[in-house]
Every structure is written in structure tokens, then in C-alpha cells.
Design a protein around this ligand. Structure first.
Ligand code: ZZB
Length: 257
């Protein structure tokens, strides 16, 4: 699987993360790295998800830069020229996902200056980086999760407004209008972030967006999604806000440990 790793820079740590991250030198840049297949949607990021029960490592990338990702992702990255020296990993500290909730980050291209780290129950520790950028306009899983987080903010231990940032229309499709994920979630009567119908909704959102979607926002406004995807990705890589991150398939990973 070929992902784009998006770098979301930490602005302020949550209280619970402050002690574990004391080990990271002052004045460093620390980034949550989200693995995405949809770089063209990054304008619409409203939060960033982690799994509460996943343990994240803070890994040294260079003297100034550190990444927050799962151990598994860091191990893969070590063999892709992402860290300073090939095959070498330097884990500075660890933080549990639950303790990261509420941290604020600056997400590249997002219309929102600052977004929060929030919990998502369906984040898989065995996929990507264990960090997921939330784009509720175009990802049905994300739309279902943010609406649920806002509805049950107390239960999730967050402030309601953290999950209620404006949802920006980024892509228009003839079938579902300018908020594909919202339209699908409503049409398919999905009312939980764990609804099995989300698998089908995601497939449909991918297809509709890619084959029939047109950009409504940003530098490539008016262009088909199938073209804008690569262009936005290149732009993010050029500005240093993203990099390519490839992942061996599940079988290989389970064999090599
Ligand atoms: C932003 C985004 C915007 C995404 C969108 C999708 C969509 P796939 O298709 O199963 O390979 N993701 C990444 N890592 C994880 C994880 N560890 N656990 C759960 N979800 C994860 O999944 C790739 C997509 O799933 C990634 O792309 C990421 O969300 C999420 F508008 O990033 B995406 C129709 C989907 N739209």
C-alpha cells in the first residue's frame, strides 16, 4: 500500500502528554504523521484521530524533528530513508493514545489554523501510522465519528466544540453533491461509527470522488479529482509537509513480526 504521510505539527500538548514528552528537547518540531490515500482532501481536515489504546512512540527524525507514530510504522519508515540513518530507530518516549487527546496540531492545507487530536474507536494499530487525518466531508468513517464524538462528548471525555469544526466542501460529485460523506451516511442511515455499512459507504465515496469528483476548493479548483490528487500530493511533498510512505502487505508484516 502506498500512502502519503502528512505531517501535523504539535502546537500544544494535552496535559496528560506533558510529562512523557518532557524527554523531547525544547524547541523541537514534533509531528503526528497521518497516513492518507486522499491528499487532495487535506484542505478539509477538522481533527486528527488516534486510537485510545494504541501506544505511540516519539521518534527522532533529525536534530530538530520528531514523529509521533506507531512502533510498527516507525520500523517500516526506518527502511525508507525517512529517518536520519537507514535502519536506525531512536525512540525518545512513548505516549498512550488516550493521553494524547486534546493536543492541538497545525495540519497542512487545512482551513482550520489549529485542530485537535481526538479518539476514534476504529483506528487499526496494524495499518498506516495509527494516526488518521479526519476529513468529514469525504470520508464516511470520519463523518460518522465526528458526529458521534459531538453527540457523546462527555462520554468520550472531550469538549463538544473540538468535534464541531466547520466541514468544508472540497469535492463536488453529480450523485452526492458537495459533501459526499455526509450524503452517504444520511442516505444509508448510518448512525454509529461502528456501523458495518461504513465499509460499503467508504468504497462508494472513493469511487464517486475519484471518477466523478471535481475540486471545489484550493489551487486546483475546477479540476477533476483524478488529476488533482497527484498535484496536491506533489505540492505537499515539495513544501516539506508530506512524504511517501509505503507499507508491506499484512502477510509480510505478520511473518516478519
Ligand atoms: C484522509 C481521508 C480523506 C481518507 C478521505 C479517506 C477518505 P483503506 O482505504 O482501508 O486503505 N486510515 C489510515 N490509517 C488508518 C488506520 N490505522 N485505521 C483506520 N483508518 C485508517 O484506508 C485508507 C484510509 O483510511 C486513509 O485515507 C485514512 O483516511 C484511513 F476523504 O485519509 B484517509 C472514502 C475515504 N475517504
Amino acid at each position: 500500500q502506498e500512502y502519503t504521510g502528512i505531517k501535523l505539527r504539535v502546537l500544544e500538548w494535552s496535559d496528560a502528554a506533558k510529562t512523557p514528552v518532557e524527554k523531547v528537547p525544547d524547541n523541537s518540531n514534533v509531528y503526528f504523521v497521518a497516513a492518507t490515500l486522499r491528499p487532495e482532501t487535506m484542505y478539509g481536515q477538522t481533527c486528527c484521530f488516534v486510537g485510545k489504546d494504541i501506544t505511540y512512540g516519539v521518534f527522532k527524525v533529525s536534530d530538530k524533528d520528531y514523529f509521533v507514530v506507531s512502533d510498527r510504522a516507525a520500523r517500516n519508515m526506518a527502511f525508507q530513508d525517512i529517518f536520519a540513518s537507514w535502519g536506525d530507530l531512536e525512540k525518545i518516549t512513548e505516549v498512550r493514545g488516550a493521553d494524547l487527546i486534546g493536543t492541538t496540531v497545525k495540519a497542512p492545507l487545512s482551513i482550520h489554523e489549529s485542530i485537535r487530536i481526538l479518539p476514534m474507536e476504529t483506528v487499526k494499530s496494524t495499518k498506516g501510522t495509527g494516526v488518521v487525518s479526519c476529513v468529514p466531508s469525504d470520508s464516511p468513517d470520519d463523518y460518522a465519528t465526528v458526529t458521534e464524538l459531538a453527540r457523546k462528548a462527555d462520554y468520550y471525555g472531550i469538549k463538544k466544540e473540538w468535534a464541531e469544526l466547520e466541514i468544508l466542501p472540497i469535492i463536488e460529485s453529480p450523485k452526492y453533491g458537495n459533501l459526499i460523506a455526509k450524503a452517504l451516511v444520511e442516505q444509508m442511515k448510518i448512525n454509529s461509527s461502528k456501523d458495518a455499512k461504513l465499509v460499503e459507504a467508504k468504497e462508494e465515496a472513493y469511487k464517486e470522488g475519484f471518477y466523478h469528483g471535481k475540486m471545489l476548493y484550493g489551487e486546483f479548483k475546477g479540476q477533476p479529482v483524478s488529476e488533482a490528487k497527484e498535484l496536491v500530493k506533489e505540492k505537499l511533498i515539495k513544501s516539506g509537509d508530506a512524504f511517501n510512505y509505503a507499507e508491506p502487505d499484512g502477510l509480510v508484516i505478520s511473518r516478519s513480526g
